[in-house]
Structures are given as structure tokens and as C-alpha cells.
Design a binder for this molecule. Structure first.
Ligand SMILES: Cc1cc2nc3c(=O)[nH]c(=O)nc-3n(C[C@H](O)[C@H](O)[C@H](O)COP(=O)(O)OP(=O)(O)OC[C@H]3O[C@@H](n4cnc5c(N)ncnc54)[C@H](O)[C@@H]3O)c2cc1C
Length: 371
């Protein structure tokens, strides 16, 4: 049977585009569907743009493996395409003696995960690097960095299109139905509503992962993990950025916690916190500046009064509720839902951006090896 496309990808965020690129690289004709008017308007445009080392995740998990592999691939990709990035390094900081044990555990986890170049620093060594830092001890992760995620997504789009694929915006995926001889029929809404056939289907719709899976005929409801929205807000510093490196206190339960970064424009940004919400609400409550100030002064005691201004918010597509442990990325292939040619992604929260190229390769390999 001939199909209109070899592969259709739902969602033109960093992960959907990386899946589209990985499938294009294998010589497949690819269609990427995006419901918004532009690519990269979802979770991929509301995050910290940090290239994570891969320190925290349980060894052997997809997060640990795909973050380390994805980070290495991402630096190569950015350098070869001349996309802006800065391998500025990161300090994980114990601000008092009681936190030393926690950063030691992170060091051991990171070493087991194969993260390169980690160093133990005393408080004095950390202050020699970042003089305004309050640190009892720290871990230096030289592989951590920052990048221009929009430049990255545009480059992915360009590579899909150069390979003959299409990235179509204002084109919401409305559902799919497996065809008797293999492949799927895909319904696309919007002004150019159409129906296409595709041998393979990848769903990477970020916060809509659960609702999108539910529109696929025959997708077992029991295989759709419950989703939660984990909102995080950011505040920007009015004034000169105090540190060059990323600064992370030990993580909060369920998130890496409020950290510091000097963005590519040289401005200091703090965040994200974590609050569970029911709807996609991106407002930033200015009253949170007080809690942020208290928190930040643990590692930057000289933060001036009134120096934080509300910036933006992002929402994590979480698979765990408050107090529950954080699960791994979920890449659900045939063994989960019994539908040939379908890969459904769930819970692609941090470090999804860092891992995106490796997720794309893993998805493409799984689909092309079994298809
Ligand atoms: C506050 C915050 C901070 C973070 N910081 C970092 C970080 O520093 N480093 C890191 O590595 N990761 C970070 N992450 C995680 C990272 O941003 C995500 O893992 C990643 O961006 C997810 O990309 P995605 O393509 O899966 O989702 P998205 O970017 O949300 O893309 C999904 C796309 O699908 C589209 N879509 C949805 N439904 C449909 C439909 N029916 N039809 C067509 N299109 C549809 C959406 O419009 C969207 O464009 C952070 C996340 C948050 C929220």
C-alpha cells in the first residue's frame, strides 16, 4: 500500500521537530503538524534554555541516558549550525553544611550517569569562581550550558524541509485511525482541513499528550497516563548579573528548583518554582517576589531589596501529582498500545529540551526497526 507520508509527527516543539528530523535523516517523507500559527510556541518556548549535564536522574532511566546523549549531540549540532550557545558550566551549591550530603548524593548520581568533568569545590574555591556566592561547598559541572532554543527549532525545521518534508502550522491533529493493512489515516483540522495516510505516527504534543492519544481510534484508555500541569514562574533581576555560571541549590521534591542563569542577552533570571495548576495560565504573581528574594539570598546574600521583576511562566507536562515521585519519560510504542507504527510520548518535561535530539533518534530507531 502506498501512503501520502512515511511518517506524521504531531507537534512542532523541540521534541516533535527532533523526531521529524531523525525520521527525515532515515530517508522517510515526513509531515509535522502544528496547531499554532508558529512552531515552538508550547513548552519549548517557556523554559530555562539550560543544556543539562544529566546529573540528577536515576542511572539507566531514559532521562539519564537521553539527557547525556542528547546534550553531547546538541552541542555538536549547535556548533556546526552556528546557533548561539554558551557552555558556561554550573555550580550545584550547598549553602550550608546541612546540604553537603545532598550535593554529595548528586555527585555520585552524576558520576554513575557518565557526566564528564565533575569537580568537588570547597566554599572558598566556589567563591574564587563566583565571588558573590554563598557556598559551604559546591559541585562544578563544566558541561552544563545555555542555548538559543528558537534558533535550534528553526534549524530542525530547515533540515526536515531540506530533506523534502513539510512542517505545517495552523494544522491541528484531530485524530487518527489504524488502517487494516497497516499505517494510519490522520485527520487534520484548521483552514486547510484534510485527511492523509501515514505509515508511522509520532505524537509529541507536550501538554496535550493525553488528549491527543485519546483521539486515536483503538488507543487503550488504560495506557494513557494521568497528566498534571506543573507551573513555574521566573523573575528577572533589574541590575547587573552577579554570576557567569548557572547556580543551582539542591533540587526541590519534583523539580530542579529555582536556579540562577545569566541568559544569552546577559540578563540575570531566577526560576522556576513549582505549583500545580488546573489550566494553562501563564500569569506571574508579582507577590511571589518576596519568596523568591528569601530563597535567592541563601546563595546570593547581597540581592538588593526590590530588584526582582516578574518575567514569564512555563508549564511542565507532568505525570506525577504533588508528593508523588517523578516518573521517567514515557515513549509508548506498540508493546504498550498494540497499534503498529505509533509512538506516543508522555511526560516530556525537563530535561526534554536537552534530550530532544536523543529522543528523536530513539523514537525513529524504535519505529523503523519494528515497522
Ligand atoms: C518551566 C520549565 C523549565 C524548563 N527548563 C528546561 C531546561 O532548562 N532544559 C531542558 O532541557 N528542559 C527544560 N524544560 C523542559 C522542556 O522545555 C520540555 O521538555 C520540551 O520543551 C518539550 O518539548 P515538546 O516538543 O515535547 O513540547 P512542546 O514544546 O509543548 O511542543 C508540543 C507542540 O505540540 C503542539 N500541539 C499540541 N496539540 C496539538 C495538536 N492536536 N495538533 C497539532 N499540534 C499540537 C503544541 O502547540 C506545541 O507546539 C523546562 C520546562 C518547563 C515548563
Amino acid at each position: 500500500m502506498s501512503f501520502d507520508f512515511d511518517a506524521t509527527v504531531v507537534g512542532a516543539g523541540a521534541v516533535g521537530l527532533a523526531c521529524g528530523r531523525a525520521l527525515s535523516k532515515r530517508g522517510l517523507t515526513v509531515l509535522v503538524l502544528e496547531k499554532e500559527r508558529h512552531i515552538g510556541q508550547g513548552v519549548s518556548s517557556r523554559n530555562s534554555e539550560v543544556i543539562h549535564g544529566g546529573l540528577y536522574y536515576p542511572t539507566g532511566s531514559l532521562k539519564a541516558r537521553l539527557c547525556v546523549e542528547g546534550r553531547r549531540a546538541l552541542y555538536d549540532f549547535l556548533a556546526s549550525r552556528k546557533i548561539d550557545y554558551r557552555k558556561c558550566g554550573k555550580l550545584v551549591v550547598a549553602t550550608q553544611e546541612a546540604e553537603v550530603e545532598r550535593i554529595e548524593a548528586i555527585f555520585e548520581q552524576a558520576t554513575a550517569n557518565g557526566v564528564e568533568g565533575l569537580e568537588h569545590l570547597t566554599g572558598a574555591q566556589a567563591r574564587a569562581l563566583e565571588p558573590e556566592l554563598n557556598a559551604h561547598a559546591a559541585i562544578l559541572s563544566p558541561e552544563s550550558g545555555l542555548f538559543d532554543s528558537h534558533g535550534y527549532m528553526l534549524a530542525l525545521q530547515g533540515e526536515i524541509e531540506d530533506a523534502g518534508g513539510s512542517v505545517v502550522v495552523s494544522a491541528p491533529f484531530e485524530g487518527a485511525e489504524p488502517l487494516p493493512g497497516g499505517g494510519l489515516s490522520v485527520r487534520v483540522g484548521g483552514e486547510g482541513a484534510m485527511q492523509v495516510t501515514s505509515r508511522l505516527l509520532v505524537t509529541a504534543p507536550g501538554l496535550s499528550a493525553q488528549t491527543v492519544a485519546a483521539t486515536i481510534v483503538g488507543y487503550p484508555a488504560s495506557d494513557i497516563p494521568a497528566g498534571h500541569f506543573g507551573k513555574g514562574v521566573y523573575f528577572r533581576l533589574v541590575g547587573k548579573a552577579p554570576f557567569d555560571r548557572l547556580i543551582y541549590p539542591p533540587p526541590l521534591p519534583g523539580a530542579l528548583g529555582t536556579h540562577y542563569r545569566k541568559d544569552l542577552g546577559g540578563q540575570a533570571v531566577f526560576g522556576p518554582d513549582l505549583a500545580y495548576v488546573e489550566t494553562e495560565d501563564y500569569s506571574v504573581d508579582p507577590a511571589k517576589a518576596e519568596d523568591f528574594t528569601t530563597y535567592i539570598r541563601r546563595f546570593w546574600p547581597s540581592l538588593p531589596d526590590g530588584a526582582l521583576t516578574p518575567d514569564y511562566a512555563g508549564i511542565r507536562p507532568k505525570l506525577h501529582g504533588p508528593g508523588e515521585s517523578q516518573p521517567d519519560f514515557q515513549l509508548h510504542g506498540r508493546e504498550h498500545h498494540s497499534i503498529d507504527g505509533l509512538m506516543a510520548l508522555f511526560g516530556i518535561e525537563s530535561p526534554g529540551l536537552t534530550s530532544s535530539l536523543a529522543i528523536g533518534e530513539a523514537v525513529a530507531a524504535a519505529l523503523t526497526e519494528t515497522a
